[in-house]
Design a protein around this ligand. Structure first.
Ligand SMILES: *Cc1c(COP(=O)(O)O)cnc(C)c1O
Length: 396
């Protein structure tokens, strides 16, 4: 008997059987044409998922954090200034990484639960007449608070200020699950990870790099070796890697893109939007609210649920794991204990989400929280049954 339940953490996500099979392969020579045949569809698929025009896809053996590091170390020099808003644990950690690399981070402190502050970003860029700011860093989906930021809006702010900085976007918990337009939004580096929307195990950082970012690479003097895009691109040209690639994960990535495109990217985004709306209906029925302060900020991949006064979100997460074998996300940093997080991205259906909501309710009842069993589930059921795309149609 297996006691495997679906996961409701916002990454790593549930892995489809087909992707597990694609990752499970015998050793091949990574300098052989067989590897090139496997690698090419993965790279081309990522290019389509990111909606790139020009530039290069870079796939690193790392996690998303390594993707952040590669983005800055390949394009910037010690002492360079970057502009970033801090409004959650992931935007905070990217800022910390930049500081540890000797960059000067101009930080716009923003309350947790809000998104990237467009007016403040524009004002900071307008004030930078000397052009000291080399890059703007943006966390598309702040996984700690369940907040989606308006990347197109940041591009408009940059253009309105007439500023030529690069735009780097952390899309680790959005890419492959929520609409992302690398070319359309003028993103210079987009960072994704294998273990979220791509439904793979952790182990790959997946980057889209624009031609403008590639040009910045030549003058950049931050040290880099393992992550050096120049070595990568040289080997890429020959269909290979400067070092031993994670062949199984790359095979899985090609499969993941195939699955996303078979469903259709628009359908994938619509499914995530529906799943998320059902979760939010449940949260409202519990008499609770998302941490995101307004509806346009609501993430379609993760909901951070603010727990009632006197309750501790971490207690729920611990009980769900210990008693029911189900994983939810704890609150991080400033919102530790104040929220618990429901991840709703990757391989998930209405029925799976209902199981997660039912488990959360059992935990609430066990903990004596003021919630009626079935209330959130019923609200989500009403929404799902009214908006479902019948399986028989989805399969066609
Ligand atoms: C998961 C995540 C990361 C990267 O985390 P890794 O564990 O290094 O893959 C970065 N940013 C966001 C927004 C994330 O959700």
């Amino acid at each position: 008997m297996s006691f495997q339940n679906p996961l409701f953490i916002p990454g790593p996500t549930n892995i489809p059987e087909a992707i597990r099979k694609a990752c499970d392969m015998p050793t091949i020579d990574h300098r052989s044409p067989a590897f090139a045949r496997l690698f090419k569809p993965a790279v081309e698929g990522v290019r389509r998922v990111l909606r790139m025009a020009g530039g290069e896809v870079i796939i690193l053996q790392s996690t998303g954090t390594g993707g952040w590091e590669a983005a800055i170390s390949n394009t910037l020099s010690p002492g360079d200034t970057v502009l970033a808003a801090r409004f959650g644990m992931f935007s905070h950690r990217w800022i910390d990484l930049c500081q540890r690399h000797g960059l000067n981070v101009q930080i716009i402190e923003t309350p947790w639960g809000e998104g990237a502050p467009l007016a403040a970003i524009e004002a900071a860029l307008r004030a930078d007449e000397a052009g000291r700011i080399k890059a703007v860093l943006a966390t598309h989906n702040e996984t700690a608070t369940g907040v989606k930021s308006d990347i197109a809006g940041i591009r408009r702010a940059m253009d309105a200020a007439g500023h030529g900085a690069l735009l780097f976007v952390d899309g680790v918990s959005s890419i492959g699950s929520m609409p992302f337009e690398m070319a359309g939004w003028g993103v210079d580096i987009a960072v994704a990870g294998s273990q979220k929307g791509f439904m793979l195990p952790a182990g790959l950082a997946i980057l889209g790099v624009s031609d403008k970012a590639l040009a910045a690479m030549e003058g950049a003097t931050l040290p880099r070796t393992f992550f050096d895009f120049r070595d990568m691109l040289k080997s890429y040209a020959a269909g290979g890697y400067p070092y031993t690639p994670a062949v199984g994960l790359i095979s899985g990535l090609a499969k993941a893109v195939e699955m996303l495109e078979d469903e259709g990217l628009e359908a994938v985004y619509a499914r995530h939007a529906r799943l998320a709306e059902g979760v939010r209906r449940a949260v409202a029925a519990w008499g609770m609210k998302p941490c995101a302060v307004s509806p346009e900020l609501y993430s379609d991949t993760v909901t951070a649920v603010v727990v009632p006064a006197g309750c501790n979100g971490t207690d729920l997460v611990k009980l769900a794991a210990d008693k029911y074998g189900v994983a939810f996300g704890v609150g991080l940093g400033e919102v530790a204990g104040k929220v618990f997080r429901i991840g709703h991205l990757g391989m998930l259906t209405d029925v799976m989400v209902l199981a997660g909501l039912a488990t959360a309710e059992m935990c609430m009842a066990d903990l004596g929280w003021p919630v009626k069993l079935g209330s959130g589930v019923a609200a989500a059921q009403e929404f799902y049954r009214g908006s479902v795309v019948p399986m028989a149609m989805a399969a066609e």
